[in-house]
Design a protein around this ligand. Structure first.
Ligand code: NAP
Length: 270
């Protein structure tokens, strides 16, 4: 079975931003394949074909990409959305926990890119859209490992874009702010909680819960992803919604202003 519509593959489409993105891409005229680690437990989405995919497994990545190409003939857009948060002070986070987060958020993206890129290059076209975060360019106290993983994605995506542009392929970033999904509940928690960080971590947890609850609707991020997938002249990165747009301005303020802002926002003393 092939299709005349452009084909989009969205990782982590079982919930949150990925689910809304899959639906928004269907509405924008794409043939959409969504993935989850166990799609037998995922409620069907109108117009979306689901395949199993665990981005930490080379074998699973290879099989899923192959399945999409066999079924639909090509992949025009890859949305690297699958991801996980990590909450807790840096000192409370074990290296093993950090490796687990990087395996999904960073190496998972690399696995997908390496599998899909040969097909896109051979066709001389394609777009890879990588989910970053405002924490991909500003510091993230009590989420240092997550912030580090998204900083890594920013560097990887922008460097990759320079390499593949000549082959008709673009690597683009979408940067959401806080978004109302199950992200916080699904985040890795501190491996070894330390009393010294307990009060501040509690403050952070409360701020985070409020920020996610009052955060953007995932449809806001989905809209930015559809724009990245369809823009005639794609940009290197897209802010997802007004909150993310305002956060971007922090890139241009003096370092001491950003520093003060981060400490105030996170209610850090000293
Ligand atoms: N929510 C926010 O405030 C926020 C802000 C900025 C950026 N983001 C980014 O947006 C993306 C989506 O997050 P979300 O908020 O929608 O969170 P979510 O609701 O927890 O969704 C995460 C998705 O990733 C999938 N996933 C997790 N581990 C996976 C693995 N090993 N292999 C394949 N898929 C895996 C999950 O699918 P299964 O469990 O079904 O496998 C799920 O569909 C992430 O990259 C996140 O970092 C979120």
């Amino acid at each position: 079975m092939t299709t005349n519509r452009p084909v989009a593959l969205v990782t982590g489409a079982s919930s949150g931003i990925g689910k809304q993105t899959a639906l928004a891409l269907v509405a924008a005229g794409f043939e959409v394949v969504g993935t989850g680690r166990d799609t037998s437990r995922v409620a069907p989405l109108r117009g979306v074909t689901f395949f199993d995919l665990d981005v930490v497994s080379d074998k699973s990545v290879s099989a899923a990409v192959q399945q999409v190409i066999e079924r639909f003939g090509r992949i025009d857009v890859l949305v690297n959305n699958a991801g996980i948060g990590s909450i807790g002070a840096a000192e409370e986070t074990s290296v093993e926990q950090a490796q687990g987060v990087f395996d999904i958020n960073v190496f998972g993206v690399m696995r997908m890119v390496k599998e899909v890129l040969p097909h896109m290059r051979a066709r001389g076209r394609g777009r890879i859209i990588n989910l970053s975060s405002v924490q991909g360019f500003i510091p993230a106290p009590y989420m240092a490992v997550y912030g580090a993983s998204k900083h890594a994605i920013e560097g990887y995506s922008q460097s990759l874009d320079h390499e593949v542009r000549q082959y008709g392929v673009r690597s683009l970033l979408v940067e959401p702010a806080y978004t109302n999904t199950g992200f916080e509940a699904n985040s890795a928690k501190p491996a070894t909680p330390l009393q010294t960080y307990a009060d501040q971590r509690r403050i952070f947890d409360r701020l985070m819960t409020e920020a996610i609850k009052d955060g953007d609707d995932p449809a806001v991020v989905a809209k930015a992803i559809v724009t990245a997938a369809t823009d005639k002249k794609p940009k290197l990165s897209y802010a997802a919604g007004p909150m993310a747009g305002r956060a971007r301005l922090l890139r241009f303020v003096p370092a001491w202003v950003l520093d003060k802002q981060i400490r105030t926002m996170n209610k850090l003393t000293g």
